[in-house]
Design a protein around this ligand. Structure first.
Ligand code: SF4
Length: 251
């Protein structure tokens, strides 16, 4: 582990309660190989320092995190790596995970699942909790919506399932995009078959990040999808539960 390794960070968000158990610090890391049409963190697409992205060393991050460890301890919280796609800066992530593993801090990751498993398996072995997305079960639709097909993601989720860790599969839930009975059924069956402790969380679409597109000069990529209703969510949850997969909500 090398504390001098530097990487690009969008934000260290303290007292985060939406990204896992307890009080957490979410480390938003720059870089992402996907281009989801609903992305609310488009600043992660730029691997350069700017208004949203700064360079930090692991030593600097440790110093800042150390001020909050008491909150993690009493709330059973910890750290969550998010982005962007945190594995995009593989070596930076590895060094951070190794450092905080040695400090005994609970570590989660929010990932798109798009990486080479052999490059990151050692990192996942040291994580405690994994959030991974299935944005659409149909590979062509996935490519259309996120810029890449989903085969590698599904294969990686099978490998993650074998680690026997706590796993939540997240579906960014968007009306008329991925809310069909067939898509939800296929996703639930896949999770049941491949992720022994897997639960599913539906994340309803929102457009709160749209202002960033204008600020970044890429306003033409702003999304205009429809937020699902409570009834839409309930219908999808009922389908998931009918395949013996639990649903969960951290929001
Ligand atoms: S994977 Fe996440 S950060 Fe990357 S484009 Fe999709 S929504 Fe944005």
């Amino acid at each position: 582990m090398n504390k001098n390794v530097k990487g690009l960070i969008m934000q260290l968000q303290h007292f985060s309660v939406n990204d896992g158990e307890g009080i957490r610090t979410t480390i938003f890391m720059a870089g992402c190989p996907l281009r989801c049409k609903w992305c609310c963190n488009p600043e992660s697409w730029f691997m350069e320092t700017n208004k949203y992205v700064k360079e930090m060393s692991i030593e600097e991050i440790i110093k800042e995190i150390n001020r909050y460890t008491i909150f993690y301890r009493y709330s059973k919280g910890g750290l969550t790596y998010s982005g962007g796609e945190p594995t995009f800066q593989t070596n930076f992530l590895r060094n951070m995970v190794n450092a905080f593993y040695n400090y005994g801090i609970h570590q989660s990751i929010e990932t798109s699942g798009y990486f080479n498993w052999s490059d990151v398996e050692d990192i996942f072995q040291k994580l405690d909790f994994i959030f991974v997305d299935i944005k659409h079960f149909d590979s062509n639709k996935h490519r259309e919506l996120a810029g890449v097909s989903n085969e590698r993601i599904l294969d990686n989720i099978k490998s993650i399932g074998k680690l026997n860790k706590e796993v939540v599969i997240r579906i960014p839930f968007i009306k008329d995009v991925n809310d069909s009975e067939q898509n939800i059924t296929n996703t639930a069956k896949f999770v049941y078959d491949n992720v022994p402790k897997g639960k599913i969380e539906l994340l309803p679409y929102h457009s709160l990040g749209n202002y960033k597109y204008d600020e970044l000069g890429i306003g033409e990529y702003k999304s205009t999808f429809i937020t699902p209703s409570r009834e839409d969510l309930k219908r999808a949850k009922d389908i998931i539960n009918s395949y013996n997969v639990e649903t969960i909500e951290f929001k």
